[in-house]
Design a protein around this ligand. Structure first.
Ligand code: ZN
Length: 128
């Protein structure tokens, strides 16, 4: 596969997650609920997470923003289901970039990382 072709597939995947966001909504029964904003773009994401033992048993997000921020949140909710607290804490920027798979301009980095920042904020607030 050429790099261009591969990047095209990733772009299509981002658009798909943006238009058909996975795990969209709000959990009624949750252990973590938090919201974070990306002021540079006007994106906002809310995460609700239900834990069972120390693993994510369910997660939903709500939000509004650009395609990159929504797709990143949608993909992250799929990724973290079943993860334990330690794994959640180990998630970093590289995981998000790998998940999105496209080169991001500096203006888009904050959009891409909003989902991760929201998750980290939630873990902190819940004192996990
Ligand atoms: Zn954005």
């Amino acid at each position: 596969m050429t790099e261009e072709y591969e990047e095209g597939l990733y772009r299509e995947n981002i658009i798909d997650h943006y238009k058909n966001a996975r795990n969209f909504g709000e959990l009624k029964d949750y252990d973590i609920k938090t919201k974070e904003l990306n002021l540079t773009c006007g994106d906002q994401i809310q995460l609700t997470i239900k834990l069972k033992d120390d693993k994510v048993s369910d997660v939903k997000f709500e939000g509004a923003g650009c395609a990159v921020s929504i797709a990143s949140a949608s993909m992250l909710t799929e990724k973290i289901k079943g993860m334990n607290i330690k794994q959640l804490k180990e998630l970093n920027e590289k995981d998000i970039y790998a998940m999105l798979g496209i080169k991001l301009g500096t203006a888009r980095v904050n959009c891409a990382l909003l989902s991760l920042n929201t998750l980290k904020k939630g873990l902190k607030e819940a004192k996990l």
